[in-house]
Design a protein around this ligand. Structure first.
Ligand code: ZN
Length: 296
């Protein structure tokens, strides 16, 4: 029997939502990018996208956060406390489920990206690995023993502390913590520190500082989580030569402990490029449908 199931996917970011429909193999049949405006407008535009295409059997959402992922919580599926205007305590699941009458799977944007890379990319065959995005913000998703890591909330590794470079006077840009990792090394932080967005930044010292902070992050992640691989995606991480320099700084910081895995294979770019998140959201939809069928 031919499987004609169509899956819907949303990579829900703070500046844009990428909506997609995919075939059973996870291949994207259509995509559309919607600007993130108000919750009602953005969710409405997403619903209209799915109504214009083959009806999906389930939808997966990988969202910016923080988001409540505890199944037994009254606030399940809600963005929680966010500085993003208008979005605090927004339910991103029920409006989709109600409008489209399908199961909706949910996880963080970075856990979705990790799931995408696990099923179709650079995480294939691994049990425990991390996906770090370095873009406007910094986030980390992880698969641990073949399952996305949740726990108390979900990993908020972007807000961990790294020692500030003694030569870096920038106080940090995180609204909560100032000079946490995201406050020092995100694209938003770089823009504030240097007065230009990272893509327009050609100062070697700026990128050396960035490589240093990211290397501290990778080393901390390595010691805390023991991942078999760290996949680094996001717009800032695309800077040519950056990942290679981070590997060198990781080797120096780790100082031989643990005995280094081959860093070229340990610290890698995503195989799916910019599609890790939306591909992972397709997989969340697949899992949501399977779960709905099993519990029906
Ligand atoms: Zn922070």
């Amino acid at each position: 029997m031919d499987d004609t199931t169509v899956y819907g996917a949303i990579e829900a970011g703070g500046t844009k939502w990428v909506c997609a429909v995919a075939d059973p193999g996870g291949h994207l049949l259509a995509t559309e990018t919607i600007p993130t405006t108000t919750p009602a407008e953005t969710l409405g535009a997403a619903v209209r996208f799915f109504r214009r295409h083959e009806p999906p059997a389930a939808i997966g959402v990988g969202t910016f956060g923080p988001v409540d992922l505890r199944r037994d919580s009254p606030a399940y599926g809600h963005i929680t406390k966010t500085p993003k205007p208008g979005w605090a305590y927004t339910d991103v699941v029920s409006p989709l489920r109600t409008a489209l009458d399908v199961p909706v799977g949910l996880d963080t944007d970075v856990n979705a990206a990790a799931l995408g890379e696990w099923r179709h990319g650079a995480g294939a065959g691994l049990g425990t690995f991390a996906y770090m995005t370095v873009g406007t913000g910094i986030g980390v998703g992880a698969m641990v023993g073949g399952r996305p890591l949740h726990g108390l909330l979900h990993p908020e590794f972007g807000h961990t502390r790294v020692p500030r470079d003694p030569a870096d006077p920038f106080p940090g840009s995180c609204p909560y913590h100032g000079d946490c990792l995201e406050g020092l090394a995100s694209g938003a932080a770089m823009r504030r520190r240097w007065g230009r967005p990272p893509e327009e930044l050609d100062d070697a010292a700026a990128w050396e500082l960035e490589a240093g902070y990211l290397a501290l992050a990778v080393v901390n992640l390595t010691y805390a989580l023991s991942p078999e691989r760290v996949i680094v995606g996001g717009g800032v991480a695309k800077r040519p030569g950056l990942l290679a320099r981070v590997r060198e700084r990781v080797a120096a910081l780790a100082a031989g402990y643990p005995e280094a895995p081959t860093l070229d294979c340990y610290l890698v770019a995503p195989s799916l490029g910019d599609r890790s998140g939306v591909t992972g959201a397709v997989e969340l939809a697949r899992d949501a449908l399977r779960h709905a069928e099993e519990t029906a």
